[in-house]
Design a protein. Structure first.
Length: 202
């Protein structure tokens, strides 16, 4: 495929390539997360894949390995308040920008999953379905997903009535039921329609 060919060419041309991906664009609650990872060619990691295709246990194991063996990695986020102020796309790009800027090794190129990229001080390439095609993006997707899931488990301890530990903030039937029953809390995104509709009724 074209993306795979470009990925190989990039490794020839650039010294440090960072994979960048996000987690949490769709949920009704919680921050949006992004991660950036520069893998170490001397320490290949077996099993990297789109985080959505992996079990929770496998993601956790891989996250530990990525943090131990990557040349550099960083996880960043944009808050619920930033999501509501900027919109979810711009907040996601902001989280990606923060993740890349937080890397201890400055990348020459950032591979961004999807078709929209943040403004960065390095070359940028967007790759649709990059989390399934480029190992560094897969690694970033795993770190972003595990970090966000851990935060939602913490939110569950603060707001147990919403069962955030089960649905991780996504608009499942259970979440919507609890949202109607208890109303939105501070962790809910007020700019998202199901939450906004409830607030308009108050």
């Amino acid at each position: 495929m074209r993306q795979v060919a470009l990925f190989g060419d990039d490794l020839e041309r650039f010294a440090h390539c960072a994979g960048v991906d996000e987690a949490g664009r769709g949920p009704l609650a919680g921050d949006v997360y992004a991660a950036a990872v520069i893998l170490d060619p001397a320490h290949p990691i077996t099993g990297l894949a789109d985080s959505k295709t992996l079990t929770e246990a496998k993601r956790e194991l891989l996250a530990t390995e990525i943090k131990a063996h990557a040349l550099a990695w960083c996880v960043a986020s944009a808050s619920v308040e930033e999501i509501d102020h900027l919109n979810i796309l711009q907040a996601t790009l902001l989280a990606m920008q923060r993740a890349v800027q937080g890397l201890e090794v400055v990348p020459d190129l950032a591979w961004i999953d999807g078709n929209r990229a943040p403004v960065l001080n390095c070359a940028v390439r967007t790759i649709i379905k990059g989390d399934a095609l480029v190992p560094a993006i897969s690694a970033a997707s795993i770190l972003a997903k595990t970090a966000r899931d851990a935060t939602l488990v913490q939110l569950h301890r603060q707001y147990p009535q919403y069962a955030f530990d089960q649905h991780k903030g996504y608009g499942t039937a259970l979440h919507l039921e609890r949202l109607r029953l208890h109303g939105p809390c501070a962790a809910h995104r007020r700019s998202f329609a199901p939450v906004r509709t409830l607030l308009d009724k108050q």
